[in-house]
Design a protein around this ligand. Sequence first.
Ligand code: LMR
Length: 400
Amino acid sequence: LFSAVEMAPRDPILGLNEQFNADTNPNKVNLGVGVYFDDNGKLPLLQCVQAAEKTMMEKPTARGYLPIDGIVAYDNAVKGLVFGVDSEPVTSGRVATVQAIGGTGGLKIGADFLKKLNPAAKVLISDPSWENHRALFTNAGFTVDSYAYFDAAANGGKGGVNFDGMLSSLNAAAAGTVVVLHACCHNPTGYDITPEQWDQVIAVVKAKNLTPFLDMAYQGFGYGIAEDGAVIQKFVAAGLNFFVSTSFSKSFSLYGERVGGLSVLCKDKEEAGRVLSQLKIVIRTNYSNPPTHGGAVVAAVLNNPELRALWEKELGEMRVRIKAMRQKLVDGLKAAGVKQDMSFITTQIGMFSYSGLSKDQMVRLRSEFGVYGTDTGRMCVAALNSKNIDYVCQAIAKVI
Ligand code: LMR
């Protein structure tokens, strides 16, 4: 039966974890996957999460099936976070939100729904994009192309967004094309477009009747929850209907709980009800209904003012530490003898730095020094700390 089955390539991101775990180098550093580690190199268990779990354990509850679309209090909290609790889309009831298995699950539910809705549509992702975007939309049956995004020659060779290229790619797209946009903290480049550029993107999306799908996996890692969510308000103000996938993997450090969501902004409440009914079919026919624990924890935190404030504080600390590591990386590379100007690293935002290193250099970093980043040159600066930074800088200096 399986004799013709071919060996699939390793996943470009999670496959690196397998390689990292098998590496016996005592100095190894994992800058591959997008995961935040604290200054001791430990995965944090947030205090707000511990407080919510403590309360939950004091009143243990049995686990029945959740509704297909998840915990109501969770879905409402996601809506509030994405659109604003008192915002018109939320109060008018025109947002359909479902609990999803991580941000990836939110993307996949949206992709499957869109495929049924508009089977002939193409999907456009940024060039480059999160490695899994292309695979996910392709596996949902779409033809996936890319729109121009990163330009290594921009800003005098420091790198940045090729915004004119981005606009012309979007202008050339056929009506109905699904455009996957990174709401904040672009993965992998770390370069976001400015608010004014968002206005221009939105104008093209509207004029060309494109379908926006905003991936918001890093809300809070740029400038803050509200600040990073501001782009959503722009899409709302433009009168667009659109998709938003949410992830709490990073912002709650709940990677393994797979807590995410999908929100679809519809014309009105009645339309949202119909859309929700279709999203529920996608969920039911894939995994029936979501798991309980992670969603319950996030709902408990987001719906309790004190825990919510604690969460934003802890998230802020992660954000500030990442920014400090960017500066340390720039300084450390200089001290290690790197002649070229690496200050662009501090102008990037979110968890990643697109380092500009070639595939060969990334492979050398891995094989000679046990420093893991993706082949594209992406490094997770959120995994740097005061103990490994010098080693990483020395290693990068050697391969440069
Ligand atoms: C990443 O980009 O490293 C993260 O989003 C983790 C993943 O699932 O790829």
